[in-house]
Design a protein around this ligand. Sequence first.
Ligand code: ADP
Length: 190
Amino acid sequence: MKYYILFGPPGAGKGTQAGAMVEKYNLRHLSTGALLRSEIAAGTPLGRQAKTLIEAGSLVPDEVVEGMIESQFNQAEGVDGFLLDGFPRTIAQAESLDALLNRRGEEVTAVVSIMIPDTLIRERITHRASIEGRADDARPEVVDNRIRTYHEKTEPVAAYYRKDGRYYEIDGAGSIEEVRGRIRSLMDRF
Ligand code: ADP
């Protein structure tokens, strides 16, 4: 099985690009953000716990997302691999993913990182707020906290994968089609 990580700051276009990637390479899309939002919509205890944190622009506890990912890995029928979107978001999550895959005799295939500058993050999220109505997109102070959280906790994950040569960065500035083309020419090599 292939295990790809789609990496990058909020608003980089991960969700947008994931659709074409899962189709072309027959992968299952696992978005921790989307899984958490469906727990919130269903009003589960986990969803209630996550809601407060997400709407403040903070991360939910590592154990929560790690548990969600592990249970999704057990539903792998009919696919050639997984596309992890929004996970791992901390070094602890990256270590836990390595341990989990190791137990299954698997490993991370590659990290595909879509990079955009902070100014573009704000622009994209402000635009998305008017379309998707996500509570964590609407307030500037929440967006600021997400950007800060990204730099403090998530950006170090890039170095974690870079050191053993599994990290590939592409430029996320440009049209959806341009970025899709860049991702394809990278992924066709794996
Ligand atoms: P974006 O890519 O715009 O940041 P996501 O949908 O990936 O949006 O995530 C929305 C929110 O869900 C995050 O700000 C965070 O609160 C929570 N979340 C998603 N994935 C994780 C994770 N791996 N660890 C902790 N919290 C997460």
